[in-house]
Design a protein around this ligand. Structure first.
Ligand code: FES
Length: 119
C-alpha cells in the first residue's frame, strides 16, 4: 500500500469567521475556510476550469467560484451549483494535538494532506 501524509501547521489567528487563507502543502495550494469558528480545508482549485477559489466568496459553508459561479460546500467538498460537476478535494483539519480545532483555544491548526493512493 502506498499511503503517506504530510502535516502542515498553520497559524489561523488572523482568520475571522467567513475568512479564507491559502497555504501550500505537498505541492498543493490548500484553502483553509473559517465557517463560524470551525475550520475546513479544500483544494484551492475550481473543478470546473481550474481557477483559484481563493479569489471567490465564502458565505456560511458555501464557496462560490468568481469565474462562472459554481458553488461548493467546503464541509465536504460537494457541488452545490453547476457548472462544476466534480467535488473539491478536502483535507482533514485538527488542532496541534490532533483534536477537533473548534474545541481548542489555540491559534494554529494542523492540515493533513494524504500523498499517494492506497493500492
Ligand atoms: S472556473 Fe469555476 S465555475 Fe468555471
Amino acid at each position: 500500500m502506498l499511503d503517506a501524509a504530510e502535516d502542515r501547521i498553520v497559524d489561523v489567528s488572523d482568520l475571522e469567521p467567513g475568512g479564507m487563507q491559502v497555504v501550500e502543502a505537498a505541492g498543493l495550494k490548500i484553502l483553509i475556510c473559517n465557517v463560524e469558528g470551525r475550520y475546513y480545508a479544500v483544494e484551492d482549485l475550481c473543478t470546473h476550469a481550474a481557477f483559484p477559489l481563493s479569489t471567490g466568496h465564502l458565505e456560511g459553508c458555501v464557496l462560490e467560484c468568481p469565474v462562472h459561479g459554481a458553488r461548493f460546500d467546503v464541509t465536504d467538498g460537494s457541488v452545490v451549483r453547476r457548472p462544476a460537476l466534480r467535488p473539491l478535494s478536502t483535507f482533514s483539519v485538527s488542532d496541534e494535538t490532533g483534536s477537533d480545532p473548534s474545541n481548542s483555544e489555540g491559534s494554529k491548526v494542523r492540515i493533513r494532506v494524504h500523498l499517494g493512493v492506497p493500492v
